[in-house]
Every structure is written in structure tokens, then in C-alpha cells.
Design a protein around this ligand. Sequence first.
Ligand code: BG6
Ligand code: MG
Length: 219
Amino acid sequence: MNKTGFIFDLDGVIVDTAKYHYLAWKKLANDLGFEFTKEQNELFKGVSRKRCLEILLNDIGKINYTQEQFDSWMIEKNEDYLEFISNMNSSEILPDVPKVLNYLKEKEIPIALGSASKNAKPILEKVGLLNYFQVVVDGTHVAKAKPDPEVFLIAAKQLKVNPENCVVFEDAVAGVEAANAARMTSIGIGDQNILSHAKYNFTDFTKISIQFINKLISN
Ligand code: BG6
Ligand code: MG
């Protein structure tokens, strides 16, 4: 049997940080004089900070700006985000994520993080989950953002598991696309209507049984 590897996205899968990204982008949009809705925020999930700002300014705000302004807004958004997460602790881990991580650890299944965020490692540290992950691939390691499969392919390589034998948990449209492009088993966490391109869908980890995890491990 080929070894199975498990790859977790971070924001919106392990921790409830998607709302803080949203609040920081909304603050910037409002400061610049336009609205930013939760529906629009769906397209920001899994997408790099730079690409999010481009979409915000070009497609949503439709405003003109200089490179200097762009760079300073990138910094401003991240500073606001860091402020929002400054007091973050293990209470922000999403329900039943530790149950699944503990089970995988007990079974000695290789686990990786595959996140677009450049803040991934400090967040895992803050919530006390860093030592579950043999491999952490984040926004500081990739050249091509999701939906490109690069982040997950690097994770599989570092885990020494074939991409076909990797399972990916994702809450983002772009993230599920990336997992599918890597030929991995994609599991959408969140709204099934938004993540209908995932192989399996669950609203959250409380709906995932140990029997299902065992099925994934033995596939
Ligand atoms: C992803 C989030 O995990 O990380 C995106 O879903 C975010 O919303 C991206 O834009 C980049 O995060 P950061 O922390 O590097 O700004
Ligand atoms: Mg996410």
C-alpha cells in the first residue's frame, strides 16, 4: 500500500482567521471610499496578499493608484490583520481539528501545512499546533499562488508522498482547484455550493468521522 499524506490549508480550515482577513480588507476598502462584501471576500480565500490587493483596487474599487500607494496599502492591510490576530490563542482552532490531527499523529501519518499565508508559522505557534506538522509550506516558499498546485506539490515532495496519495483540506475555491490540479484528493470544508468542485464536502471537521479518515488513509 502506498503511504497517504495529509495536507491542511490554514486560514478557514485549521483556524478561524478568514474573518480577520476579511475585516482588514474591508477596513482598507472603506478607508479608500468603497464597500467590500462577504461575497466578494470568497474570492480572496486562498489568494495571495498581493493578488487580493490587485483585485480589491482594480476590480472592486476601480481606482487609480501609484506603485508607492500599492506597496503601502499592502503593509497597512497586513498590520491591521496582525493587530486582529495579536491576541489569538488555541480557542480559535476550529472544532474537531485537534481530534483529526491527534488521530493522524497517533497513526504516524505524515502531515503538512499548505497555505498561501506569509503569517502561517507564527499563527500555528500562537495556537500551539506547530509540532503536529512535519512540513510547513507557506506563502514565503512559493512563487505561484493557488490555484496553481505548487504549494501542495512542494508539500507532497517534502513529505515524500506521491501527489496522488495526498489528501487536501481546503476552504477556498482557489485551494480546491490547486489540490485538483495537483491530482490530490480534495476535501472542501465549508459551503458545498461554493466548493462543489471538491471530491468530498463537509461543512466542518465535526462532520468528519474517524471511519472516513481511515478510508482516506487506506485508499
Ligand atoms: C490565505 C488566505 O490563507 O492567505 C487569504 O485565505 C490570504 O485570504 C492569504 O490573502 C495570504 O495571507 P497573508 O497572511 O500572507 O496576508
Ligand atoms: Mg483557507
